[in-house]
Design a protein around this ligand. Structure first.
Ligand code: KMH
Ligand code: ZN
Length: 276
């Protein structure tokens, strides 16, 4: 079977040190977590950044500082800045993460609006999605199409029909936020993809590792990290993103999937080699 790409969402925008003291805020902590994930086998770092007090930010300067420092210790890793940012940020604010130098090779593109609990709404209108897609295409940034339910796959395909996306398409299913995270959901989502698309999945909540195992068995790619997973097993907080990646690597070994390094991950995703 094709090699497995492991993405690590090391930080997120919403999780806090109160929930797990190992969630990184400072540049040093973010670098520590990126390195632990990379050393354990992650080819992709899905990146949010914070100010030192934990406040999420899309500041270009803060992203630049973090990306430069991650590059020092993970020279070839694929760094994927978030353009989702945190709930309530403006589109302009969210896109600032992509203004770093060099221009990122990969970034998220959220494909719909969703409920984030309580009164929190993560807003992505059709206009926002098309604008983000257009900007990413113009700048040569490969979008990871973040889909929180099946309707968002349909939205991505509408955007594709307008010629705003470059193939092969790559989707990331974030299960357990807007829709449940069950194997039935996963099979339904995979069955809704167009031919030739690649996909990653992550499951939040009690089925997290069942979703990871099913994804590995089905030929998809896996995302793990503090943004989605604060626990390594029921009731036990994860010590690091590396520990979560190690668990995904163990599952892959059991299921006979070798792990893709960043160079191999770029080939699988149809991305050009890293510019030196
Ligand atoms: N923090 C969420 C509001 C992304 O990174 O593109 C959005 C998010 C998705 O995490
Ligand atoms: Zn994110």
């Amino acid at each position: 079977m094709e090699k497995l790409i492991i993405s690590s969402c090391i930080c997120g925008a919403e999780v806090t040190k109160e929930q797990n003291p190992n969630v990184p805020y400072t540049v040093e902590e973010i670098v520590r977590e990126a390195k632990s994930a990379y050393d354990a086998g992650a080819a992709v770092i899905h990146l949010h950044v914070r100010w030192d007090d934990g406040t999420p930010t899309q500041s270009t300067e803060r992203f630049q500082e973090c990306v430069d420092a991650i590059r020092e210790v993970c020279p070839d890793v694929i760094i994927q800045p978030s353009t989702g940012g945190a709930v309530g940020m403006t589109d302009l604010e969210r896109l600032a993460s992509t203004d770093i130098v060099p221009t990122p090779e990969f970034a998220t593109l959220d494909c719909g609006t969703c409920n984030f609990g309580g009164d929190e709404i993560f807003v992505n209108t059709d206009t926002t999605i098309e604008n983000f897609a257009k900007i990413m295409k113009e700048r040569g940034i490969k979008p990871e199409l973040e889909v929180f339910d099946k309707g968002m796959i349909d939205t991505a395909l509408k955007v594709d029909k307008k010629g705003l996306l470059v193939h092969p398409l790559h989707f990331d299913f974030v299960l357990g936020v807007q829709m449940t995270a069950t194997i039935r959901d996963l099979v339904f989502m995979v069955g809704s993809l167009p031919p030739g698309a690649t996909w990653t999945a992550t499951g939040l909540g009690k089925n997290a590792w069942a979703i990871a195992a099913a994804t590995i068995a089905m030929g998809g790619h896996v995302r793990v990290g503090f943004e989605d997973h604060l626990y390594i097993e029921k009731g036990v907080l994860a010590e690091s993103n590396g520990q979560l990646v190690e668990k995904a690597v163990k599952l892959a070994k059991l299921l006979g999937r070798p792990i893709a390094n960043p160079t191999e991950a770029r080939e699988i995703l149809g991305m050009p080699p890293l510019k030196k």
